[in-house]
Design a protein around this ligand. Structure first.
Ligand SMILES: [Zn+2]
Length: 243
């Protein structure tokens, strides 16, 4: 049964990296071991959360299209190459679609935006991003320069929205309509930034925190996600009453 009219919920899970850090580097909370990730996918299935693709979620947000009462969306930030080599094969076992938010200035490079706090790892090339798209991953914007919107003047925030969308649409064969905020930071000008997203042609934007998203009533440019790390009790997070 589908309905977005009474107590529909979307668990929009926010991951970074599946698998182990590169040899000789260090563990961080952003690495979820492969077995743990597979457990998460099993929990979603056992507990009745139906994994949907991004376009379906966006239609639910923007057009009030019916969503499964317990929807799940699997999102990944930063565009690491391990998305293709480690995460995608796990997703394929379940036939699940996914969403990857990539900062365009680092495509084909590495995560120089968080040097020192996260081990250096390759970010996907455009070819690899196209390959992911062919396997059911919706590649979307995580800005261009991966800078916190809390520290950028409005004009530069707009530039991040516009230039990243342009670069992606030049290199990828699909519409860019969604955005996740670097470091989860929305900045301090909510109304202005909402208008800027609409002007630039975006339909949805995602924060990093907030928990399970309730429908109806989702804010298109401030959608809540559930951050997931290696020690997350996913079942407990999904059972929490949405705010
Ligand atoms: Zn990020």
């Amino acid at each position: 049964m589908t309905s977005s009219s009474d107590d529909t919920r979307a668990a929009i899970l926010a991951y970074h990296k599946i698998g182990e850090p590169p040899h000789g580097t260090w563990q961080t909370w952003n690495y979820v071991p492969t077995e743990t990730f597979l457990d998460h996918l099993s929990i979603l299935a056992q507990d009745g959360w139906q994994v949907i693709n991004l376009d379906r979620l966006v239609a639910g947000v923007v057009d009030d299209a019916p969503l499964p009462r317990r929807s799940a969306v699997l999102t990944f930030d930063d565009g690491y190459q391990s998305m293709l080599t480690v995460a995608e094969p796990c997703l394929a076992k379940f036939g699940h679609p996914s969403v990857l938010f990539v900062p365009t200035a680092f495509v084909g490079g590495s995560n120089q935006f968080d040097t020192g706090s996260e081990p250096e790892e390759p970010i996907c090339t455009w070819d690899e991003l196209r390959e992911l798209q062919q396997r059911g991953c919706s590649v979307q914007s995580h800005s261009a320069a991966h800078r916190s919107f809390d520290e950028l003047p409005f004009e530069q925030q707009v530039e991040e929205l516009v230039t990243s969308k342009q670069a992606m649409e030049e290199n990828l064969d699909h519409a860019i309509h969604s955005f996740s905020f670097p470091f989860g930071a929305r900045g301090n000008n909510a109304e202005q930034i909402d208008a800027a997203f609409a002007d630039a042609g975006y339909k949805t934007a995602f924060r990093y925190h907030g928990g399970v998203q309730r429908f109806p009533g989702a804010a298109a440019f401030d959608l809540r996600r559930v951050p997931v790390g290696p020690d997350t009790d996913l079942r407990r997070q999904l059972a929490k009453e949405p705010k």
